[in-house]
Design a protein around this ligand. Structure first.
Ligand SMILES: Nc1ncnc2c1ncn2[C@@H]1O[C@H](COP(=O)(O)OP(=O)(O)O)[C@@H](O)[C@H]1O
Ligand SMILES: N[C@@H](CCOP(=O)(O)O)C(=O)O
Length: 332
């Protein structure tokens, strides 16, 4: 491409919205994740707008812009862009990029906030550059950037945020994710208490090895969960959600988690667990009226009410989002 054509690209725009996700879903540590959509259809995720421009530029906007690093080289959305570009064989043929990250999720929340920025950024860029990367290549880039933030490679946030649905990571590189049947009868009540728990920190408390009995329980719960979903037994599947790997070590890091979990299970919740690495709690029910009750309870009892918090807590009723960033089209 010659210089004139390069200039002609200036002003071309693309955008992407990446939904929040809940990693692990308790029963599949680092292997299972669900994309989330609020039932009131309000956004719960990040949006990225990109545009070919004369010079590189990055701006943060949105409700949680204040929690984003101001130095663009520290911002995962921009780090993703640098990696995206570094692996393009014809990178020199394209102009600079102006990026706006509309940050709608708190950081260190357990809702895949870092993944949202990475997925929205790479999806928007792939559109802007006219799809140089396949889904699989893009997923690999997403995993690489996410690993830089959390300390370990795990796809359980980026995969659902990009593809939507309830995604199980496959051991086969050629088909890295399995889209499980969508548990459409479930309402996910997600409560972010208003304080952050960095994923890196929540991974450091986990033991490096697990007992044989724990490995067997984990295999039993996860395999039964998947089998029930394929049998259409969504309630049984939800009741099979149990975390024997991370929750025993992380629960004490999250003020109010144990008491809220006990209360919600007594009220009939199908499952209650830590969303991702926490501190967000999720509770499942197939009854919307119950979901509203859990929401009220969590607003009163799980959300931290202190003044001067950097983040405000929130509780939302969600469902598993069918669409991820890949299929959500935004008008610029
Ligand atoms: N755009 C971004 N969105 C979220 N986190 C970001 C972003 N850019 C840089 N970061 C940094 O990456 C780290 C993400 O923390 P992490 O606990 O993994 O978040 P989460 O669990 O919410 O995904 C934080 O140190 C945060 O400051
Ligand atoms: N599998 C990861 C999930 C981290 O999710 P996040 O939303 O807290 O970043 C883990 O449990 O560490």
């Amino acid at each position: 491409m010659n210089a004139v054509n390069k200039n002609e690209l200036i002003g071309r725009k693309a955008s992407a919205y990446a939904p929040a996700s809940t990693g692990n879903v308790s029963v599949g540590f680092d292997l299972l994740g669900a994309a989330l959509v609020r039932i009131d259809q309000q956004p719960l995720g990040d949006t990225v707008h990109v545009e070919f421009s004369q010079q590189d530029e990055m701006i943060n906007s949105g409700e949680f812009a204040h929690v984003c690093p101001t130095d663009k080289m520290q911002n995962l959305a921009w780090i993703a862009y640098v990696l995206f570009r570094s692996k393009l064989s014809n990178s020199d043929e394209y102009p600079a990029v102006k990026m706006e990250l509309v940050k709608s999720l708190p950081v260190g929340s357990g809702l895949g906030s870092s993944a949202c920025s990475v997925v929205a950024s790479l999806t928007a860029l792939n559109r802007l550059f006219e799809l140089p990367y396949t889904d699989q290549a893009l997923l690999t880039l997403m995993g690489e950037v996410e690993a830089g933030a959390s300390g370990d490679l795990h796809y359980d946030n980026v995969a659902p945020s990009y593809f939507g649905g309830l995604q199980l990571m496959s051991p086969h590189e050629s088909a890295p994710v399995i889209n499980l049947p969508n548990p459409d009868s479930w309402y996910w009540v997600v409560a972010f208490p208003g304080f952050s728990l960095p994923t890196k920190e929540a991974r450091e408390v986990l033991p490096k090895q697990v007992d044989k009995s724990v490995a067997i329980y984990n295999a039993q719960y996860l395999s039964a969960f998947v089998a029930y979903l394929y049998q259409g037994e969504q309630t049984l599947a939800a009741k099979t959600i149990k975390d024997v790997i991370a929750e025993p070590y992380r629960a004490d890091l999250i003020a109010g988690f144990k008491s809220s979990k006990q209360h919600l299970l007594e009220q009939g919740a199908l499952a209650v667990g830590i969303s991702g690495a926490g501190p967000t709690l999720f509770a499942l029910t197939s009854d919307l009226a119950q979901a509203e009750k859990y929401k009220n309870y969590l607003e009163q009892n799980y959300i931290q009410q202190e003044e001067n918090q950097a983040n405000k807590g929130f509780v939302h009723i969600c469902q598993c989002a069918i669409q991820g960033a890949k299929d959500i089209e935004l008008s610029n």
